[in-house]
Design a protein around this ligand. Structure first.
Ligand code: NDP
Ligand code: OXD
Length: 314
């Protein structure tokens, strides 16, 4: 069997190197190499060029090198084989670090104190709520959202989550489906978005939704952290909400266009924090290990783990 590393973005070489260590008896190739397409049984991909997996007659499975799989469904020629995505403690822990860092930073008003420091202003006249007084709401209670929820709860935050199907998580108030979205929003001071991008979730973070967030909290106004996908948000409406005070602060790791164009007003907005889609990066050492374990499972006749549903789109 040959494993094809099909990256349309990022450097394939660290992945090829790591797979050669983990699967020493199998050929590992990347797009552009000279290989016989009929020998390719597995492909590991991230934003592969459309059509580049179409002529592989013996392909058995496609592995996304990340948790998200929207990049796969952009390809109208995606072969009809099993798709698995990454679920790994390394990726999960990195995302929870990001969520905790920025939730605490909003709680402790770090943006304000950085500004005060820059003008040597010693002012502590603002009310400082405790974590228990602040209601965090996580959209997407899957692998990443539920880990972040548990860790925020341990820090004392009042945590709720919203998902497609009903859930039960110890100490976390769980909402689900369109019917419960407005109640979830109405009790949320800090909204954290860890949803996948699908036909149903595209554009969900819009003015209407942001206006539905809590207005009776102990924080100045609600804030947003989006580390899911850029096309979940409508950036023009996000800016309107920041400008008119509907939203106090936004922390954004993902954007409608990446890299974020220099012309975007988000770059210079005084209440926006921008990170370059690296809330949780896929480390070749950890993630190649997880994918190699999946390949060994298939070769032993066992079922793939972390399968993606084409119907649901995640
Ligand atoms: P999961 O598939 O485990 O969880 C997705 C969650 O979203 C589930 O709870 C699911 O509900 C919920 N959901 C999906 N569609 C809807 C909907 N229409 N309405 C309500 N809830 C919905 O994914 P992960 O937690 O592993 O990852 C989430 C996303 O995080 C990825 O898809 C990716 O886009 C993003 N990501 C970003 C990274 C970054 O660095 N910025 C890194 C890694 C991931 P249910 O439980 O009912 O199925
Ligand atoms: C992912 C990502 O989906 O890094 O894993 O965005």
């Amino acid at each position: 069997m040959t494993l094809l590393v099909a990256l349309g973005s990022g450097d394939p070489d660290p992945w090829v190197k790591q797979f050669r260590v983990l699967l020493p008896d199998r050929p590992i190739v990347k797009l552009g190499d000279n290989y016989d397409p009929s020998t390719v049984e597995f492909s590991m991909t991230w934003y592969h060029p459309a059509g580049s997996l179409a002529q592989l007659p013996n392909l058995k499975a496609v592995f996304s090198l990340g948790a998200g799989v929207d990049h796969l469904f952009r390809d109208p020629h995606l072969p009809d084989v099993a798709i698995a995505r990454v679920v790994d403690p390394d990726l999960t822990n990195r995302m929870s670090e990001y969520v905790m860092l920025h939730t605490l930073s909003i709680l402790r008003q770090m943006r304000r104190y950085r500004t005060q420091q820059s003008i040597k202003n010693w002012s502590d006249d603002d009310f400082q709520p405790a974590a228990t007084d602040v209601r965090v709401g996580i959209m997407g209670l899957g692998v990443l959202g539920s880990d972040a929820a548990r860790k925020l709860k341990l820090m004392g935050f009042n945590v709720a989550g919203w998902s497609r199907s009903a859930k039960s998580l110890d100490g976390i108030q769980c909402f689900s489906g369109d019917a419960e979205l407005s109640d979830f929003l109405a009790r949320t001071d800090i909204l954290i978005v860890l949803l996948p991008l699908t036909d149903e979730t595209r554009g969900i973070i819009n003015k209407n939704l942001l206006k539905g967030l809590a207005r009776d909290g102990r924080v100045a106004a609600p804030s947003l952290i989006n580390a899911g996908r850029g096309h979940l948000q409508i950036e023009t409406e996000l800016l309107e909400c920041l400008d008119d005070g509907t939203l106090h602060e936004a922390v954004l790791d993902v954007f409608q266009t990446e890299p974020l164009p220099e012309t975007s007003r988000l770059w210079a907005h005084p209440r926006v924090t921008i990170t370059p889609h690296n809330a949780s990066v896929s480390d070749p050492i950890a993630i190649a290990n997880a994918i190699a374990a999946q390949i060994r499972r298939v070769e032993k006749g066992e079922a793939l783990l972390n399968m993606v549903s084409r119907k649901k789109g995640y």
